[in-house]
Design a protein around this ligand. Structure first.
Ligand code: IMP
Length: 190
C-alpha cells in the first residue's frame, strides 16, 4: 500500500476521504500538525494544488488536498473561496449569506469541490473538480451535515443537503462528484 498524506489536520476530513477511497490501495495519513499551509490561491483549484504540492514537498509522500465552497450567483460568486471564513461559525455564516441575499429572486448557487494530488516531489499529478447545482432557501431546513447544508436545496431531490441521508448527499454532492472522477485515475497513479 502506498501512503497518501491528506493535506489537513482535521481527522473528520481524513475519515470522509477514507469513505470515498475504501476500495483503493492507498493508505491515508494526516499531515504533520506543525505544517500549516496558507490558502493564498484565488480559485478552489489553485488552493487545492498549493496545499497538495507544499505538503508533498515537506513530507516526501504522495499527497491529496481539497478545497471547496459555495458560490451564489446573485452575490457574484460569494462566499466562494472565503466560504469557511464568512462568519465565526456555521450559524453566523448562514445568517450573513441570507442577509446579503435578502429578497433576491435569483437564488441559484453551486457547491464546488476541487481535489489535487501531488507526487512526492511536489508536482501536481491529478486535479479534478466536482460541481453541484442548487438554490438557496429563505430559511434553514434539516439537521444533518455541516456548513451551509440547511439552506442549500436540490430541486431534483426536493431536499436540502441537511435533509438528505448521508449516503444520498455522498452521491450527489460536489465532493462525491469530484471523487467519482478522481477514483479511476487514482488507481493508475502509483
Ligand atoms: P474547506 O474545508 O477549506 O474546503 O472549507 C470549505 C467550506 O465551505 C466549509 O467550511 C463550509 O463552510 C463550506 N462547504 C464546503 N462543502 C460543504 C458542504 O458539503 N456542505 C456545506 N458547506 C460546505
Amino acid at each position: 500500500m502506498t501512503v497518501l498524506v491528506v493535506a489537513t489536520s482535521n481527522p473528520g476530513k481524513l475519515r470522509e476521504m477514507q469513505s470515498y477511497l475504501t476500495d483503493s490501495d492507498w493508505k491515508l495519513q494526516l499531515k504533520p500538525p506543525e505544517l500549516e499551509i496558507e490558502e493564498t490561491g484565488d480559485t478552489f483549484t489553485a488552493n487545492a494544488c498549493l496545499k497538495a504540492s507544499e505538503v508533498a514537498r515537506a513530507t516526501g509522500e504522495w499527497t491529496i488536498a481539497d478545497d471547496s465552497g459555495l458560490q451564489v450567483d446573485a452575490l457574484k460568486g460569494a462566499p466562494g473561496i472565503y466560504s469557511a471564513r464568512y462568519g465565526k461559525n456555521d450559524e453566523e455564516r448562514i445568517e450573513r449569506l441570507l442577509r446579503e441575499l435578502g429578497s433576491e429572486r435569483n437564488r441559484d448557487a453551486q457547491f464546488v469541490c476541487a481535489i489535487a494530488i501531488a507526487s512526492p516531489n511536489g508536482e501536481i499529478s491529478l486535479q479534478v473538480e466536482g460541481i453541484c447545482q442548487g438554490t438557496i432557501l429563505q430559511s434553514p431546513r434539516g439537521t444533518n451535515g455541516f456548513g451551509y447544508d440547511p439552506i442549500f436545496y436540490l430541486p431534483e431531490q426536493q431536499l436540502t443537503f441537511a435533509e438528505m441521508k448521508p449516503e444520498i448527499k455522498r452521491l450527489c454532492s460536489h465532493r462525491g462528484k469530484a471523487f467519482a472522477s478522481l477514483l479511476p485515475k487514482l488507481s493508475k497513479l502509483a
